[in-house]
Design a protein around this ligand. Structure first.
Ligand SMILES: [Zn+2]
Length: 88
C-alpha cells in the first residue's frame, strides 16, 4: 500500500508519513438550528485514504490538533478561517 498524495496536518503543518493516528474533520451544514446558534456541525472521522482527498476534508495529525480544531470551531464556527474551502 502506498499513497499518491502527501497530506499535512491542517493545524500544525506536520507532514503525514507512516504515522497512523491521523483523523479527518469535515464541517457540514446543520439542517435545523436555533437563532444565534452555529449552523454547522463538526464531524470527526477516522483516517480513510479513500475520503482523505475530498475537497471539504481537513487533515489532523492526532488528538491534540483535533482538540485545537474543535476549540476553534466552537469559538469561531470555523477551523481554518484562512483556508475556507467551499463547494458550490
Ligand atoms: Zn497537527
Amino acid at each position: 500500500m502506498g499513497w499518491d498524495v502527501n497530506y499535512s496536518c491542517d493545524i500544525c503543518g506536520k507532514p503525514k508519513r507512516e504515522a497512523n493516528h491521523w483523523w479527518m474533520v469535515m464541517l457540514g451544514d446543520v439542517p435545523c438550528f436555533e437563532q444565534g446558534q452555529p449552523a454547522r456541525r463538526f464531524t470527526l472521522l477516522p483516517w480513510n485514504a479513500a475520503e482523505a482527498a475530498g475537497p471539504n476534508i481537513h487533515h489532523l495529525c492526532g488528538e491534540s490538533c483535533a482538540m485545537k480544531a474543535m476549540e476553534r470551531f466552537m469559538s469561531s464556527g470555523e477551523i481554518f478561517p484562512e483556508k475556507v474551502t467551499r463547494v458550490g
